[in-house]
Design a binder for this molecule. Structure first.
Ligand SMILES: [Zn+2]
Ligand SMILES: [Zn+2]
Length: 185
């Protein structure tokens, strides 16, 4: 759901505005010397209520969930990616990767000259979808909680869009960082 759009519509039609989405902040309390790596990685990370990692995370998990006001989620969340994920990685400009992803993008009309645009477009859509709760929880381990987000871009050869999955890591205080620019259809 695009919350801001719904608020705007309600204002235009003089209707009751929708209730703000509920978000959680994971809070790892330091109650023992025995720190679980997964819970530590989740500490201060923000998740939409229905898309929060399993909590309590395990027996004797001391973590708590706190509310995050939705205006904080809307205004303070950020997305980031390394340019290296696009050049050389995705467009395989050094010929080092056997993934063939660059061929797929070429079919859609994209080459390394589009790397900067693609990076900023993926950052933009990724953030937008994250704050809309439009993500899927992925693997959680000692490195952190992964989420996947579907991105849509126009094909350059015809008037159609293509969409694909991108992979992100969740960091504290609403930050997501791109780990996989193309993770499948
Ligand atoms: Zn734990
Ligand atoms: Zn815990």
């Amino acid at each position: 759901m695009d919350y801001l759009l719904e608020v705007l519509k309600a204002a235009i039609w003089d209707e009751q505005p929708p209730e703000a989405p509920k978000w959680n902040k994971w809070w790892h309390r330091n109650l023992s010397d025995n720190h679980c790596e997964e819970c530590l990685k989740l500490h201060e990370c923000w998740f939409e209520k229905e898309k929060t990692p399993k909590w309590p995370h395990h027996p004797f998990c001391h973590c708590v969930l706190e509310d995050v006001p939705y205006n904080e989620v809307l205004t303070k969340s950020t997305s980031d990616s390394d340019y290296g994920k696009f050049n050389p990685y995705l467009f395989n400009t050094e010929g080092k990767y056997p993934h063939n992803k660059e061929k797929l993008f070429k079919e859609w009309g994209y080459t390394v000259t589009d790397a900067k645009w693609l990076q900023s477009e993926i950052n933009k859509q990724g953030l937008q979808k994250y704050i809309s709760g439009n993500y899927v929880l992925g693997k959680l381990n000692k490195d952190g909680q992964r989420i996947s987000i579907r991105i849509k871009i126009p094909r350059k050869d015809k008037a159609e869009n293509v969409s694909f999955i991108t992979g992100w890591m969740v960091y504290p205080n609403g930050k997501i960082q791109l780990i996989t620019p193309y993770g499948g259809k």
